[in-house]
Design a protein around this ligand. Structure first.
Ligand SMILES: [Mg+2]
Length: 274
């Protein structure tokens, strides 16, 4: 005769449960009391994995570094600190990067749809390209997540492959803005000789229409991204467009002249562009 799988064991477990429960409660309270002073003084240690997508972060220095980078307290940095390569990798490939991006694009959308826009075809949204509309994560994953010195030759080879995926959150925002009647202008530090591959790449991943695609021409060689983008936005406004929003992953995308009615900074702990 087949034995019931559950009944005998269940009743046995039920009989033992109060004892087991008391044992764990005793352990819990003694542990809580013993560690209370420690927790009070080191409360951040309670969440050693926050924002790291599961990576262990000794002392949380990499999280502090990333925060300082994102808010613009650390500038002109050349590489991700070597000890933070794994942390940045976990952040970018884990859920947190996507969650952070989603919150920002959600806030941007709430703002855009709250506007009472004139239907005169003059409202534009400026998007940067790299790490804003397209993601170079497949490339940077092979480059130690920013811990290696930026190699412009290798990066350009990757760009010319035209295989950068869309940042999905930005693509959703782009589509919703178009439906709202807002025109899109891309302003990118990519150079003119990358125009056709950039167009193909954008179209292949879902960005099918735009008002302008402004690449960094030879007139701006030697100029910073900040100078180039400010000048090009000023030209846009001079030609009658209203920049209702401006989104990029670098501060140099969203500071300076004609920055836009509102600006949105996406996360990017991989590299710094002035
Ligand atoms: Mg960018």
């Amino acid at each position: 005769m087949q034995r019931s799988l559950h009944s005998p064991k269940s009743s046995h477990t039920m009989e033992r449960l109060p004892g087991v429960l008391l044992f764990f409660l005793a352990i819990f309270f003694s542990t809580t009391q013993a560690y209370e002073p420690l927790i009070n003084h080191h409360i951040h240690l309670l969440r050693p994995q926050s924002g790291a997508g599961g990576s262990s972060v000794p002392g949380l220095s990499c999280l502090s570094w990333r925060l300082a980078v994102e808010v613009g307290n650390i500038i002109n940095w050349k590489t991700v600190p070597a000890q933070c390569g794994s942390y940045v990798g976990h952040y970018m490939l884990g859920h947190q990067y996507r969650k952070d991006s989603k919150l920002i694009t959600d806030v941007a959308w709430l703002y855009a749809k709250s506007l009472n826009l004139k239907k005169d075809g003059k409202n534009v949204w400026v998007f940067d390209i790299d790490e804003t509309t397209l993601s170079n994560l497949p490339y940077f994953a092979r480059q130690g997540f920013g811990t290696k010195a930026f190699n412009i030759t290798a990066f350009n080879e990757w760009v010319l492959e035209g295989r950068a995926p869309a940042l999905p959150e930005s693509l959703q925002l782009y589509k919703k803005l178009l439906k709202l009647g807002v025109k899109v202008v891309f302003i990118t530090g990519r150079e003119e000789d990358q125009r056709s591959v950039t167009i193909t790449n954008l179209r292949n991943v879902g960005y099918r229409t735009w008002e302008k695609l402004v690449l960094k021409g030879s007139a701006y060689s030697g100029k910073t991204s900040y100078e180039f983008k400010s000048a090009e936005r000023a030209k846009l406004e001079k030609s009658g467009f209203r920049i209702i929003g401006n989104m990029g992953d670098q501060w140099s995308d969203i500071l300076g002249a004609s920055a836009g009615n509102r600006t949105f900074k996406l996360p990017d702990p991989l590299y710094y562009v002035s």
